[in-house]
Design a protein around this ligand. Structure first.
Ligand SMILES: Nc1ncnc2c1ncn2[C@@H]1O[C@H](COP(=O)(O)OP(=O)(O)OP(=O)(O)O)[C@@H](O)[C@H]1O
Length: 348
């Protein structure tokens, strides 16, 4: 795990970010339902840290990551970025032309490298084109830089004349990483970068990401549903449930003692450290709430084993439970919830 220095400065402050889909008139005059994919997310990411984002499929992680990288236009809220030269800019509200100088600072790596790599382009074009378009290099210099980048991510420079289909899944992810690095970014949104890979290859890619972070002082927003990967890699973690953050904490605190019943439920699906341990997995029951038709009160209440009357009617706020620890639950602190570390100890 990388550790951020105490003096680390905020590099991205996400404030009340929203991305709603739908809500538009259809051809028949009816209005389509509004899907609240991201619905008021607030957190700060510090320079050099790995900030994890977890939650079930469909809870809005990808949409949030894409809004932060401005691959999608947010519906509302702010993404305040601190450029190297000082000051602060709200990436969420900049017009495309004004966004251009900052776009290269925030890059993305995707889950499925093959669908994000143009099959008709050589690696030289895939990795070199952004350099040329952004005026970072031209001519022979592009080849040199692409060769260096390929070698840095563990591939051979001469592969630059080949096409993506000639490579394995792990190698393609290395190509995706080289492309993201081509513009010397400061922040990389890593959207499930290892979930499509074999376990042995996953470790190699995670090690590469860690080495690159140390070398280039990169900041990662790391989106994942595999809690084991998140525990290993992230400094802090935000847990999302239907478009909202329900808990945010330092990784070790979150895993040792979750404060939100949803976090506990996610963790109960993690295999115990001791495989012989007799532990009944308390799997998450019921389906993720519908982002187009949210339940009243706490959005998690229909699936929550700790639900009381207030949870059915009153929507909880995200509040700071202790310094740096945020939770959106009426009963936070009152409940004694199981974390992974505690379970592992109890199992021995
Ligand atoms: N372009 C779109 N139009 C309409 N709805 C969308 C669009 N993109 C995402 N959604 C909806 O927004 C919600 C959040 O989706 P998103 O892909 O961000 O979740 P996720 O947590 O990243 O899921 P996964 O892990 O499966 O990628 C879902 O209900 C999804 O159906």
């Amino acid at each position: 795990m990388s550790s951020i220095s105490v003096q680390a400065e905020p590099i991205l402050s996400v404030r009340d970010l929203k991305k709603h889909f739908g809500g538009k008139k259809t051809w028949s005059g009816a209005v389509s339902k509004t899907i609240r994919a991201v619905d008021g997310v607030t957190f700060t990411i510090y320079e050099g840290e790995t900030f994890g984002l977890v939650g079930e499929s469909g809870c809005g992680k990808t949409t949030l990551g894409r809004c932060i990288a401005r691959a999608l236009d947010p519906t509302g809220g702010e993404v305040v970025y601190a450029p190297k030269e000082g000051g602060a800019v709200d990436l969420a509200s900049l017009k495309p032309r004004d966004l251009r100088p900052y776009r290269q600072d925030v890059q993305m790596i995707f889950q499925d490298p093959i669908s994000s790599l143009n099959p008709r382009m050589t690696l030289l074009d895939i990795i070199g084109e952004p350099m040329v378009v952004n005026g970072l290099a031209r001519g022979e210099e592009v080849k040199h830089r692409v060769g260096d980048l390929l070698e840095r991510v563990g591939l051979r420079a001469e592969y630059m004349v080949r096409y993506p289909h000639a490579f394995s899944g792990g190698q393609r992810q290395r190509i995706g990483i080289a492309r993201a690095l081509a513009l010397n970014p400061r922040v990389i949104v890593c959207d499930e970068p290892v979930s499509a890979l074999d376990v042995s290859v996953q470790a190699q890619i995670l090690n590469l990401l860690q080495d690159l972070q140390a070398e280039k002082n990169l900041t990662y927003l790391f989106i994942a549903h595999d809690l084991g990967v998140v525990e290993y890699l992230c400094d802090r973690v935000a847990v999302m449930y239907v478009g909202q953050v329900v808990e945010l904490a330092e990784t070790s605190d979150l895993f040792a003692r979750p404060l939100h019943p949803y976090t506990e439920a996610l963790m109960s699906a993690v295999p115990p450290a001791n495989p012989r341990a007799a532990r009944a997995p308390r799997l998450l029951e019921g389906d993720l709430a519908n982002a187009a038709n949210l339940p009243p009160g706490c959005h998690f209440h229909p699936r929550c084993g700790y639900c009381v009357e207030r949870c059915r009617t009153e929507e909880p706020e995200l509040r700071e439970y202790s310094p740096g620890r945020f939770v959106r639950c009426h009963r936070a602190g009152e409940l004694k919830l199981d974390g992974v570390a505690e379970l592992a100890e109890a199992d021995l």
